[in-house]
Structures are given as C-alpha cells and as structure tokens.
Design a protein around this ligand. Sequence first.
Ligand code: NI
Length: 191
Amino acid sequence: MRRRQRMIRVFNGDPTMEFKLDQAIPILERTPRVLSDLLDELPGDWTVINEGPDTWSPRQIVLHLINGERTDWIPRARIILKQGQSRRFDPFDRIGGFDSTQPLRALLSEFDKVRSESVATLRGWNLKDKDLELTGEHPEFGSVTMRQLLATWVVHDLSHISQITRVMARGYTEAVGPWTQYFRVLQRVAM
Ligand code: NI
C-alpha cells in the first residue's frame, strides 16, 4: 500500500523544475563523460549509423555539440552580459564542422576540453538572479532571457543524448524481428 501511494505521488507530481544554475551546471559538466562512455572505442558502425537521408549520426551530433560550444552558448551568453548596443545573436550554423575527418576519440576529447572551458567561464561569471533576467535578441524569436538560454543549453544536451541512443537503437530495427512492436523508439518516424 505504501509503495502504491508513493507511485501515485510521483505520477501526480508537477513535471517541471525551476531553473537553478547550481542544478544546471552538473548536467553540462557531465555530458562529455556520458558521451565518451557511450561512444569511445565502439565499433564504427554504431557511431556512423544515422536514421536516413538528412539525419545525423552519433559522430555528427558530437561535431554539432563542439560547434555549439564555440559559436552558440557562451558567445550568446556574452552578448547578453555585455548589454551593448546590439544584443542580437548570430545565427547558429547547426552543421558547422561536419566535414571534419578527425577520429571520434579526438572529437570526444575536444568536446570535453571546450565544454570544460565553457563551464569554467560560466562559473566565473557568478551569475545572480538579476543577471539571469538580462535579455538578448534571438534572430528568429526575439527577446530571450539568460535563464532561458542556459536552460535551453541543458535541454539541448539531454535531447542530443536521447537522439544518439535513439539512432543507435534504430540500427537494430530489423535485427530484433517481431520485437519491434514493443519499442516506441523503433517505430518513431526519424526527425
Ligand atoms: Ni542541436
């Protein structure tokens, strides 16, 4: 009975979390580790498989994440912090760096390095609540707060981790035979 009540409480709970910097940073910090543990030294098929034309492989997703460190998250946060005349972000090139021929191990360690630098920068700013309310100008949807940008950074990590495991699982769509029907991940239309 006790267990049942606990389950109900979980299911009825509010599925949202308030953004707190000290809860966000641990996710940002561990994403390179998660990806290294998942992908490093895997046989190549797992890391270059994709979901069809115009979809990304795990390797390409790592490249996309590296590019985000260089051109998106911290640079945009800097624009917000400066509060200069132009608070408009540069558009993010989502497939920047995709032509890299570096081995995956080098890419994973590059991501680890650039992410550590990003987190060190973020910690160094020691942002207060009022800083989290500062705004920048997104090229597509206009005014966004620092808080929203940083929350998006975390969600971006988590959603690409989910994408990577989805792409890998879908590699065995045929191989599992009739078990396909048990897995929503295998029936999903690629996106
Ligand atoms: Ni992305």
